[in-house]
Design a protein around this ligand. Structure first.
Ligand SMILES: CC(=O)N[C@H]1[C@@H](OP(=O)(O)OP(=O)(O)OC[C@H]2O[C@@H](n3ccc(=O)[nH]c3=O)[C@H](O)[C@@H]2O)O[C@H](CO)[C@@H](O)[C@@H]1O
Ligand SMILES: C=C(OP(=O)(O)O)C(=O)O
Length: 438
């Protein structure tokens, strides 16, 4: 179990370059299974989850060539499908959430796909029904081995066939999986209530450059004309919008002046404005974000009718659930109060106990809602020892520790390393006092 030691209370300053997006990279990497031709991908983040998926692809026989930092080629021309029945696959496949998205491409190209119950954050129930209901609509047979917790799908002899489907939920990985199965199905697939996060827009863009015919990209109605094969392409992963949001929160909480470089502003949706609702100044400067030092603090805005500010998550273009923990921690030092409503996940707010230990004023109303009464920097959070329960709670606790008085210790930092590349080195470069001590 890795550990960070953080000496809080120091102002940071300088520039930070966001890494490539974790959740996009996980989709894009699975899509390399759809063709025997070479695919070149740049801006792949060097983080635990992505490296685990690359290892899985290698074990499946994908030829992986690491050309340069963030830049790889992949060729899936000689896959070893026997690996899917191996013990190693059980270990590799259950190690992260993103592995679920190899099923769609394998089903499309080889007529069958398997996956052990995937890992990822323990943040509440994370159903996979949408994925498998989509595959079944395309004609696949579904099997679930309860003993081994193994999911399997098999295409009929005549292959997958396009159909109309209305998804029960706009599942991010579910939509990606179904799209990757449908691109090689016969006929037309229509997916309504499709998720449309930038991750998916990027996946569809890449698939179209491989020869797929997907229209409606960016909306919740996707139409896919099946093609018989796909070819190679080049693709660049977008900057990670969740990391960008994390750095906005970090700058505000530590009252630091920070510039976040090359953010791809037009793909950030509601993220900048949601931080502005907390009174944080988020300046657009070309394609950078500049956060000035909030020496006078930041004041929560009111709704027009004067009622208490409520920030909640929703499927895209709503506010991403992955930034709510960061909003919550930043609110602990705002002038004013907010209600944070995490609608999607039922166990993502329990980390507030640690913030309460540090002196934050928070009432956890129920597993989905927390009221935060900001200190307006009149009282600092106090350093403590804590453990990171999930990736976004982990980064939020890290931000809290950097703003706190004294030296904090955070255990289980693998959760943070899952999604933040070289975080200690990058934070040190802007003045943070952080050490990896185990
Ligand atoms: C690897 C990856 O890409 N992970 C992301 C992906 O996970 P993932 O794709 O696993 O998440 P889903 O979009 O499937 O859904 C997440 C949860 O939200 C619920 N749900 C979903 C859609 C909906 O319209 N209503 C609803 O209540 C589901 O029941 C589920 O419990 O999307 C999540 C939701 O943005 C993000 O938190 C994860 O970071
Ligand atoms: C919940 C997340 O990741 P995963 O779906 O990989 O667990 C996240 O990135 O915030």
């Amino acid at each position: 179990m890795g550990t960070f030691q953080i000496e809080g209370g120091h102002r940071l300053s300088g520039e930070i370059q966001p890494q490539g997006a974790k959740n996009e990279a996980l989709q894009i990497l699975c899509a390399v299974l759809l063709t025997s031709e070479k695919i070149r991908i740049t801006n792949i983040p060097d983080i635990l989850d992505v490296n685990k998926l690359i290892r899985l692809l290698k074990n499946l026989g994908v030829k992986v060539n690491h050309e340069d930092k963030g830049s790889y080629t992949f060729q899936s021309d000689e896959l070893d499908l026997d690996y899917l029945s191996s013990e190693q696959f059980k270990i590799d496949g259950s190690g992260l959430r993103g592995s679920i998205m190899i099923v769609g491409p394998l089903l499309a190209r080889f007529g069958k796909g398997y996956i052990p119950r995937p890992g990822g954050d323990k943040i509440g129930r994370r159903r996979l029904d949408t994925h498998f209901e989509g595959f079944i609509k395309l004609g696949a047979k579904f099997r679930y081995n309860k003993e081994e917790r193994f999911y399997g799908v098999e295409a009929p002899a005549e292959g997958l066939k396009g159909d109309y489907m209305l998804l029960e939920e706009a599942s991010v990985t579910g939509t990606a999986n179904i799209v990757m199965a449908a691109v090689l199905a016969k006929g037309t697939t229509t997916i309504y209530n499709a998720a449309c996060e930038p991750y998916l827009q990027q996946l569809c863009k890449m698939l179209n450059s491989m020869g797929a015919k997907i229209s409606g990209v960016g909306s919740n109605l996707l139409t896919i004309e099946g093609v018989s094969e796909l070819g190679g392409c080049e693709h660049r992963v977008l900057p990670d919008m969740v990391e960008i949001g994390s750095w906005i929160g970090l700058a505000a909480m530590t009252r630091s002046e920070i510039t976040i470089k090359n953010v791809n502003w037009e793909m950030l949706g509601l993220i900048p404005n949601t931080f502005r609702k907390l009174g944080i100044t988020v300046e657009k400067s070309g394609d950078d974000i500049h956060i000035p030092a909030h020496t006078e603090g930041y004041e929560v805005q009111n709704f027009i009718d004067g009622s208490i500010m409520n920030i909640s998550d929703a499927p895209w273009p709503g506010f991403t659930p992955d930034l709510l923990s960061i909003i919550l921690v930043v609110a602990t030092q705002a002038r004013g109060s907010i209600l944070v409503h995490q609608k999607m996940f039922e166990s993502r707010l329990f980390f507030v106990d640690k913030l309460i230990d540090m002196g934050a004023k928070i009432i956890l109303c129920d597993p989905h809602r927390a009221t935060v009464i900001g200190h307006d920097f009149k009282s600092k959070l106090k350093a403590t020892t804590m453990s990171s329960p999930d990736i976004r709670a982990g980064i939020s606790l890290l931000i809290a520790a950097l703003s706190a008085k004294g030296t904090s210790v955070i255990h289980n930092i693998e959760q943070i390393d899952r999604g933040y590349e070289d975080i200690d080195k990058r934070l040190k470069a802007i003045g943070a006092k952080i050490e990896r001590i185990a």
